[in-house]
Write a protein that binds this ligand. Structure first.
Ligand code: F0G
Length: 459
């Protein structure tokens, strides 16, 4: 419906999940029991859950129908072939290897391509990706375009990789130590920001010159392609499908979490052209995931993904998706709440360091803000700051580069009135953010502490 001001949710609701409204006293008790860590809450105690957009979206009627069609044969199931066809429609790589989620694909890829002494350049490696690169003994190097590191700077493609820095890195370490370059689309850790086709072409040119394969971490490929269509000169009349095919043609392979732009609750894959790598990957797959035609998934999951991939590239869906995230960001900006701009494809990131200047980084302003959002309105968000990144391998602490709180928007799940409610909660908390106190962690240092740590308020 072009020409109308209001962009509607392009679906109606057939099956509802009731939300349980709670009182402030109840939320206070739940926070205390959870040690002021939102990961430790029971999800039934959360009113609006913006912890992640991963696997938390709603499936369509067609996807639920596809589940029924799922074939659970151990080998050679028609579900696999429907899945493979849907993947190759967008990403025509020779080998398509299903995995139970994105990090399993990463683990397998870097077990083959990584290893001690190797260096994996990226715009920004997502946490699990970096962990898998490092677990193989290799080093991950983030080469994000300088514009991407400035939260308040507006730029259409803040996910771009710094091509000059890539060239210099390859010159320094030598081509033989770089097994592949990985570009994350969109750049989740940098605010869900897209990468332009122009940038992908430039990265491809550097890779080709040195004979280095280029891979995509394609979790949010459709959101990225939508931003290309909206923002990149000359792309406005193309379909998202055509743009996705061009993105994939520039790379030699991909890792994927179907929990994002697969519109599924679980799943992922690894796809690539190289026959020798593919064979080694399939052998590893059999060790931990399963036979190569199901890779840790049920046949019905493969069918849900196959349908999800057809739905995720539809323009009405993507227009609504981008607009609903932008709507949230725009409203917060209008109310003077500092956020990362422009808004990304899947989330709005609040700048907690700017909102809570009285709280030092190592008293976790992001955590304090996310706790306040839950206390106020039952909202669950995720700290992306010094709790998540501050702990060093030697047990000491260092402030993270930014203190952010991510409001990730699950796909097709919440309506505009839910988002209006979120805006009201954030506005109320922001109005008295200067009164919020910092936190300290009351249990010992441990890896991935953000999932389990307990906190208490300082003073
Ligand atoms: N790559 C990116 C860019 C991601 O955002 C994620 C997951 C993964 C890889 C790993 O995929 O979860 O299926 O194993 N991101 C989720 C999030 C967890 O909340 O942003 P997975």
């Amino acid at each position: 419906m072009r020409g109308f001001r209001t962009i509607i949710e392009p679906f109606r609701i057939k099956s509802v999940e009731p939300l349980r409204l709670s009182t402030r006293d109840e939320r206070e008790a739940q926070l205390a029991a959870a040690g002021l860590n939102l990961f430790r809450l029971r999800s039934e105690d959360v009113l609006i859950d913006l912890l992640t957009d991963s696997g938390t979206g709603a499936m369509s009627a067609e996807q639920w129908a596809a589940l029924q069609r799922g074939d659970e044969s151990y080998a050679g199931s028609p579900s696999y072939f429907r899945f493979e066809r849907a993947v190759r429609e967008l990403f025509p790589y020779r080998h398509v290897i299903p995995t139970h989620q994105g990090r399993a694909a990463e683990k397998i890829l870097f077990s083959v391509a990584g290893g001690a002494g190797r260096v994996v350049p990226s715009n920004t490696l997502f946490d699990t990706t970096r962990a898998n690169v490092e677990a193989s003994g290799a080093t991950g190097v983030d080469l994000l375009y300088a514009e991407g590191r400035r939260p308040s700077l507006r730029h259409p493609f803040k996910g771009n990789l710094d091509v000059g820095a890539l060239e210099r890195l390859i010159g320094e370490v030598g081509r033989d130590r770089v097994p592949l370059v990985l570009v994350t689309v969109t750049n989740n850790s940098g605010g869900g920001q897209p990468v332009s086709l122009e940038n992908l072409r430039a990265v491809r040119a550097v890779c080709s010159r040195h004979g280095i394969p280029l891979f995509l971490d394609a979790c949010r490929f459709a959101e990225n392609a939508w931003f290309i269509r909206e923002r990149e000169p000359g792309q406005q009349s193309r379909t998202v499908t055509a743009i996705v095919r061009e993105m994939s043609s520039l790379a030699d392979g991909m890792t994927m979490s179907a929990k994002k732009d697969g519109l599924a609750n679980i799943g992922g894959w690894l796809a690539l052209n190289d026959d020798a790598w593919a064979e080694r990957c399939r052998n590893l797959l059999i060790l931990t995931e399963g036979f190569p035609t199901y890779g840790g998934l049920a046949g019905r999951d493969l069918d849900a993904i196959a349908v999800g991939l057809q739905e995720v590239v539809q323009h009405d869906y993507l227009r609504y998706r981008a607009r609903s995230v932008e709507y949230l960001g725009e409203a917060l900006e209008k109310r003077g709440v500092p956020i990362v701009v422009p808004t990304g494809g899947h989330a709005v990131y609040l700048d907690a360091a700017a909102l809570l200047p009285q709280v030092p980084a190592l008293q976790y302003p992001g955590q304090a803000l996310s706790i306040a959002l839950y206390r106020e309105g039952g909202l669950r968000s995720c700290e992306i700051g010094s709790v998540m990144f501050g702990l060093q391998p030697d047990g000491s602490e260092r402030p993270a580069a930014m203190e952010l709180v991510r409001l990730a928007v699950p796909r097709r799940t919440y309506t505009q009135s839910h988002v209006d409610f979120v805006i009201e909660v954030v506005e109320r908390v922001a109005a008295r953010a200067r009164d919020l106190k910092g936190l300290r962690i009351i249990d010992g240092p441990r890896p991935l502490r953000h999932f389990t740590a307990r906190f208490e308020e300082v003073g």
